[in-house]
Design a protein around this ligand. Sequence first.
Ligand SMILES: NC(=O)c1ccc[n+]([C@@H]2O[C@H](COP(=O)([O-])OP(=O)(O)OC[C@H]3O[C@@H](n4cnc5c(N)ncnc54)[C@H](OP(=O)(O)O)[C@@H]3O)[C@@H](O)[C@H]2O)c1
Length: 323
Amino acid sequence: MQAIVHSTYGISSLALTDQPAPLPRPGEVLVRVAGAGVDRGVWHLVTGRPLLMRLGTGLFQPRNTGVGIEVSGTVEAVGEGVTRFRLDDRVFGVGRSTFAELAVAQEGNLAPAPESIPLADAAALPVSALTALQAVRAAEIGDGAQVLVLGASGGVGTHAVQIAVARGAEVTAVCSTRKAPRVLELGVTRVLDYLGEESAVVAAGPYDAIIDTGGNRPASQLTGLLARGGSAVIVGGEQAGTALLGGFSRQLIAPLVGLVGRRRLVSLVSVTSAADLIELVGLVESGQLRPVVDQRLPLARAGEALNLLASGAVTGKLVLQVD
Ligand SMILES: NC(=O)c1ccc[n+]([C@@H]2O[C@H](COP(=O)([O-])OP(=O)(O)OC[C@H]3O[C@@H](n4cnc5c(N)ncnc54)[C@H](OP(=O)(O)O)[C@@H]3O)[C@@H](O)[C@H]2O)c1
C-alpha cells in the first residue's frame, strides 16, 4: 500500500512510499482510508515542535515513521474481539498513521460515519470537531449564552462556533478579515478581526464563555473579558511561545490560575471518545454541524497540505482524499 512516511523531523522529509499493509491487533480495526484530516497535531508530530514533545515522540528522530491521526473510510478487516464493526462498515475516528491507503484504529476510537456528508470529509471531524465539542462542554455553554470564539476560522474554531450556535449561544467570532465571510455563514452574530478590532471585542462582551483556539492572549486578558460566573477554555494557539513549549505555555499556567474571582479558566486536553464521536454524528445528521473543508488533496501532497496549514492559508480543514 501507499503511505506517507518520515524518518527525520521536518515537513521536507515526508515521502510517499510503498509499505506493507498493517495488520489489526486484538481490539483493532483495519480501515481502507477514504480521507485523512490534516490537523495541527500532525504538524507538531511531523516537525517535532515544540521540542518538549520529543520526549514522547523521539529525541533526535521520530519513533513512529507513519503520519496522520484523523481517519475516515471503510472497514477492511477486524482484529480479534472487535464487536462493533464489520467488513465494509463506514467509519471515522482516530487512528495510527492515517496518511495511507490502509490504517489501523482501536475499536473504541471509531464510530459509524455520518451519511449526510462525503465519507472523506468525515475525516475533518475526529480531532478538530471532537475538541470543539469538548471545549463547548467545558465552557458550559447553554441557551442564550454570550460566547467569544477566538480562532473561529480554524479547524477547531469552525466547529466550535457551529456547536455553540446549536446550543443556542450568541457567538462573537474572532479571525482574520479575509476569512470572515465564510465564518459568518456558520451562524455567528458578528465576526471581528484580531488585528485592529480589539475595542469591538471588548464592547461585545462581557462573555459567559470564551473558547480560545488562536493567538496568545494572556490568561488575565481572557478572564477580564468574562462575565461573573463565566468560563474561558484554552484549547491552544500557535502564534507565540518558546521553542521548548510553543503555545502550550498558557495551557500549563491555566490550571494554576484556575478560578479567578468567580471566573473559571480551564485548560483543555481533548480525549478521544466513541460517545463524543457519536454525538458529533448526531449534530451532522441534524444539519447543525458541517465540516468546513477548504480543499481535498491527494496523499502525495501531504507536505504541501501541512505547509498550507502552517501558513494560515486554510479556512476550516484540509483533507487528504485517498481513493
Ligand atoms: N487542547 C487540545 O486538546 C487541542 C486539540 C486540537 C488542537 N489544539 C490546538 O488548538 C489550536 C488551534 O487548532 P486548529 O486546528 O483550529 O488550528 P488552525 O486551523 O490553524 O486555526 C488557528 C486559528 O487561529 C487564528 N489566529 C491566528 N493568529 C491569531 C491571533 N494573533 N489572534 C487570534 N487568532 C489568531 C486563525 O485565524 P486566521 O486563520 O483567520 O488568521 C485561525 O482561526 C492549535 O494550537 C492546536 O495545536 C489543541
